[in-house]
Design a protein around this ligand. Structure first.
Ligand SMILES: Nc1ncnc2c1ncn2[C@@H]1O[C@H](COP(=O)(O)OP(=O)(O)OP(=O)(O)O)[C@@H](O)[C@H]1O
Length: 255
């Protein structure tokens, strides 16, 4: 899977570009985090890749095919749980497979395997309202993984969680990425999270959003929480924070 954005720009109102001149290639199996100040267009970028909105200029290509709408090869998880409250945990995870007409037995097996993978095998028949925020996000990730997406798109998936749960989820999502054959693209405003999870971090500038920096995270691929205290991690985190701050200040100075 190769995702390519070629000269992509996005305007919601004429003459007011939110994103401009985005040229970007993401290869199979990458874990890419996108950071930037509030309003820099991070979620818009993810929506373009998801096919929820179309670029004003340029093209988004997945393996050479233009993205013109959502598709099962791209799984999406938002910040707040978008689970169907009336469906059990298992039936939430099964939703995409049902839509694709996957036979019952195969569907049930896949759902059971995914629920085990996210540590919620015993919660299959429970309604989402009975779960904690972290558990709900695990179900949302399992649901997004159900159709074996080639790209998993995460939009601030842990933004609403407390610090402890968030760290558990960070470890969890790295495991998912290691175990599933999927590329991950994750938007976050949390620089520490981006450096901890990503193999690559994109920093967006503001107004319009462009790629200000495309950085390789040169840290061991085994990411344990202690890494967050290592000098290499702290230096990289500071560098990204400085960049985000500089882009934000430059934007403030222009308005
Ligand atoms: N559907 C829309 N219609 C009009 N304007 C929009 C729409 N979606 C986003 N925008 C505008 O585009 C800009 C970028 O928004 P976006 O949500 O992509 O930024 P972001 O970097 O994800 O912000 P945050 O970190 O605050 O979530 C904002 O000015 C926002 O108001």
């Amino acid at each position: 899977m190769t995702l390519r954005l070629s000269s992509v720009g996005k305007e919601f109102a004429p003459g007011r570009p939110v994103l401009a001149d985005l040229d970007l290639t993401i290869g199979a199996g990458e874990f890419v985090c996108v950071v930037g100040a509030s309003g820099s267009g991070k979620s818009t970028l993810l929506s373009l890749i998801a096919g929820l909105t179309r670029p004003t200029t340029g093209r988004v290509l997945l393996d050479g095919h233009e993205v013109t709408g959502p598709g099962p090869e791209r799984g999406l998880v938002f910040q707040t749980s978008s689970l169907y409250p009336w469906r059990s945990v298992a039936r939430n995870v099964a939703f995409g497979l049902e839509s694709l007409g996957v036979p019952r037995r195969e569907r049930d097996e896949r759902v059971a395997r995914l629920l085990d993978e996210v540590g919620l095998g015993s919660m299959a028949s429970v309604l989402p309202g009975k779960l904690s925020g972290g558990q709900q996000q695990r179900v949302a990730i399992a649901r997004a993984l159900a159709c074996s997406p080639r790209v998993l798109l995460l939009d601030e998936p842990f933004g609403a969680l407390d610090v402890q749960t968030k760290e558990d989820m960070q470890i969890f999502v790295r495991q998912v990425w290691r175990d599933e054959p999927t590329t991950v693209i994750m938007v976050t405003h949390d620089v520490e999270e981006a450096v901890f999870l990503g193999g690559r971090v994109l920093v967006l500038s503001c107004d319009p959003g462009r790629i200000a920096r495309d950085m390789v995270v040169d840290l061991p691929s085994e990411r344990a929480l202690e890494l967050k205290r290592s000098p290499g991690f702290l230096a990289l985190r500071a560098e990204v924070e400085d960049l985000v701050r500089a882009e934000h200040r430059a934007h403030q100075a222009r308005v």
